[in-house]
Design a protein around this ligand. Structure first.
Ligand SMILES: NC(=O)c1ccc[n+]([C@@H]2O[C@H](COP(=O)([O-])OP(=O)(O)OC[C@H]3O[C@@H](n4cnc5c(N)ncnc54)[C@H](O)[C@@H]3O)[C@@H](O)[C@H]2O)c1
Length: 260
């Protein structure tokens, strides 16, 4: 338990699972209040209940499809009322997608763009109003190492996460020029052990999770895939006032992969 985020009020999308839930846990342990949003509202409620058992009123949960603009407007209003302000937005909800450019369908491409890119656009666009009222504030957008380095097997995901990368910088520059004291940064993890990797296991045709993780770790200099807490530590830093001079950066959490 610490207080690096004491007084901070964070909206975390995709808070029901994986990285969203891990960030929520670490945010609350560092003193923040969190509003967890997810299309899987039961999952978000479960994580919120677990957190409220550690500190009463620490977490709330909202049903939210991040591709839906109306839902963004109402979730932000409700979270703002519930927490008495919003000063951190973590655009984390997202989906993976595998398939070469020849195999990819326009329908799936559109789906990935809606969930992984439109969501971040809508979140940034509509949260600024609340963040500037509660500055100093921070936006953290979950991109991927796949937004910086391509693979032939994931054109839609590569393109979506690259869009999030530069969108984050554009938002950073706009907020700085507008003197809002809202920082905007992107996080770029390599493979991290969460349910999103289930799809990769299938694509790699491996029998179990150990085999999958071993295969995925082959290109990572530290020799292993990451844990959700590796990303949560970065999100604590970028959300806290310790990072008050940090905006427009891409923080890679990749076990050294991009050093090669
Ligand atoms: N785990 C990794 O290896 C890894 C690596 C790089 C980037 N990422 C990114 O991290 C983010 C979180 O992924 P994760 O690994 O925790 O995966 P996850 O599948 O465990 O969690 C994703 C969450 O997003 C939610 N979600 C999906 N579509 C949604 C929608 N339309 N509206 C609202 N919520 C929706 C899901 O219900 C789920 O709770 C994603 O943006 C992902 O692309 C993950």
């Amino acid at each position: 338990m610490g207080n690096r985020l004491a007084g901070k009020k964070a909206v975390i999308t995709g808070g029901a699972s994986g990285l969203g839930a891990a960030m929520a846990r670490m945010y609350v342990s560092e003193g923040a209040q969190v509003a967890l949003t997810d299309i899987n509202v039961e999952g978000a409620k479960q994580v919120a209940a677990e957190l409220n058992a550690t500190r009463k009123g620490a977490a709330s949960a909202f049903a939210h499809d991040v591709t839906n603009e109306q839902q963004w407007l109402s979730v932000l209003e409700q979270a703002n009322t519930e927490m008495g302000g919003i000063n951190i937005l973590i655009n984390n909800a997202g989906i993976g997608s595998m398939g070469s450019i020849e195999d990819e369908s326009l329908a799936n491409w559109d789906r990935v763009m809606r969930v992984d890119v439109d969501s971040v656009f809508l979140g940034c666009k509509h949260a600024i109003k609340f963040l500037k009222e509660n500055a100093p504030a921070a936006i953290i957008n979950m991109s991927s190492i796949a937004g910086l380095y391509a693979a032939g097997t994931m054109p839609a995901y590569n393109a979506a996460k690259a869009a999030v990368w530069l969108l984050s910088k554009s938002v950073a520059l706009h907020c700085a020029a507008s003197k809002y004291d809202i920082r905007s940064n992107s996080i770029h993890p390599v493979f991290i052990r969460t349910p999103i990797l289930d799809g990769m296991g299938k694509a790699l045709n491996v029998e179990n999770v150990e085999q999958r993780d071993k295969l995925l770790a082959r290109g990572i200099p530290l020799g292993r895939i990451g844990e959700p807490e590796d990303v949560a530590y970065a999100a604590v830093y970028l959300g806290s006032d310790e990072a008050k001079f940090i905006t427009g950066i891409e923080l890679k959490i990749d076990g050294g992969m991009s050093a090669k």
